[in-house]
Design a protein around this ligand. Structure first.
Ligand SMILES: [Zn+2]
Length: 433
């Protein structure tokens, strides 16, 4: 040690004999200043800190982590921080709840970082098991924010964890909630009980596993984990339960796509889920082929959907997915089905005032796939005949309805406009190129 430093230390020690020198974590337990304090006094000090400040304190040493874990095990801490009003009337309070649970996620992440994953999860979720709003199927209030808070908590806790560890979390939560048996029972059982199971499943899975991931990859990971253990038919049904249209009473509207014409809003969630699956197809259990098969199953639940609803869903999925699904129909010899789908895509474009160039380019793109070139004539002929067939169907329906103001008459007029606009664009494409 240099002479100057020795002098400084001597000077320091003689002037302030009672000041403790800085110790490292390797010093013995008895040397810790806080260890000498009664736990009540130490808890009073911790009580003055915010949740985030406590999480920073956890990084000081293993000993501090232990102190803080002891503190958050107390009933008074849980009462203050875990129990919240999960049914707040205002958006501001809802946002405060989310922020609070994000902070709690950070604290639990820090204080349990030295525990093995399973022990860590058991410690964390034991804290929540006394709050009905955070437990599966324990709270029936429609706008309860409990699951959304749990989702925000989970997102913070799992930040930076490996895929393997996150998968352990998924299985842990499935085990805790009896998720797999609940999914099974949502496909059996009596109608009334099934409706409740379906909506509980939807609320839990969307709020806890899916809604909070802004990162597409994370969202897709959880979605694939949810779907993967099941056969394709069940995967399609599960997608419908999670993202399908709802009835006014809040139950899943199984018959809505079969019996009514749906708006974009009703189908948007399903389209987004399909987009997520397609955008990361190629990962474990999620190939383009399997996603195509799921979509085929989906539009047949519980019976084949209205053509317009199928077309609307495909348009919402975007050009690439729409093209892939239509070409798949073409290559599997379902030319008539594909043509019918295209006619309704043209109709939806007209109804929603989308640029008809979109549909014209799609047909042009599909034409290019067909070889030999002579077969393209057959495709165009089939498409034109389908325009004629669908127009006739709509006129017949309008005549049978015998009401000049009803929707069928409007549809039959709109299909004429859509045909004119589509053909103008399609023909112009050949002049342009
Ligand atoms: Zn609640």
């Amino acid at each position: 040690m240099s002479e100057r430093l020795k002098k400084m230390r001597l000077h320091h020690d003689t002037r302030f004999p009672n000041v403790r020198t800085i110790k490292t974590r390797s010093h013995s337990r008895d040397d810790c200043f806080f260890h000498g304090l009664p736990s009540e006094v130490f808890h009073m000090i911790l009580d003055l800190l915010s949740v985030v400040e406590m999480s920073v304190l956890c990084t000081v040493s293993k000993k501090f982590c232990g102190f803080i874990m002891d503190y958050i095990d107390t009933f008074s801490w849980r009462k203050k921080h875990i129990f919240r009003d999960f049914h707040p009337p205002s958006c501001t309070e809802r946002r405060q709840n989310f922020k609070h649970y994000r902070d709690i996620g950070l604290l639990f992440k820090k204080c349990t970082m030295l525990l093995p994953t399973k022990k860590r999860l058991r410690y964390v979720f034991r804290k929540f098991s006394v709050v009905p709003c955070l437990m599966y199927a324990q709270c029936c209030v429609p706008n309860c924010t409990g699951f959304a808070c749990l989702g925000v908590f989970l997102q913070t806790l799992l930040a930076g964890w490996s895929g393997e560890e996150i998968q352990k979390v998924f299985f842990f939560l499935c085990e805790q909630t009896g998720m797999f048996s609940r999914i099974e029972s949502s496909f059996s059982g009596k109608q009334g009980a099934r409706e409740l199971t379906e909506i509980q499943l939807r609320n839990f899975c969307r709020n806890v596993f899916l809604n909070h991931w802004s990162d597409q990859k994370e969202y897709q990971f959880w979605l694939v984990e949810l779907l993967n253990p099941w056969p394709l038919v069940v995967q399609a049904q599960l997608l419908f339960i999670l993202f399908g249209p709802l009835m006014p009473d809040g139950t899943v509207g199984w018959r809505e796509p079969v019996e009514t014409l749906l708006t974009n809003n009703c189908l948007w969630d399903l389209a987004k889920a399909i987009l997520h699956l397609f955008s990361h197809s190629g990962v474990k259990g999620c190939t383009t082929g399997s996603v195509l098969a799921i979509v085929e199953e989906l539009v047949g639940i519980p019976h084949r959907w209205e053509d317009e609803n199928i077309a609307r869903l495909l348009i919402l999925c975007g050009r690439n997915i729409c093209y892939t699904i239509l070409v798949n129909k073409l290559l599997s010899g379902r030319l008539a089905e594909m043509s019918r789908c295209l006619v309704f895509i043209v109709l939806v474009c007209e109804k929603e005032c989308y640029h008809m160039n979109w549909a014209a380019k799609l047909v042009h793109q599909i034409c290019k796939v067909i070889t030999p070139v002579s077969q393209r004539f057959k495709f165009i002929e089939q498409l034109e005949l389908m325009f004629s067939e669908v127009t006739k169907e709509m006129f017949e329906s309008a005549i049978l309805g015998n009401n000049p103001d009803d929707d069928d008459t409007l549809d039959s007029l709109q299909i004429l406009d859509s045909i004119a606009r589509f053909h103008t664009r399609f023909l112009f494409m050949f002049i342009e190129y």
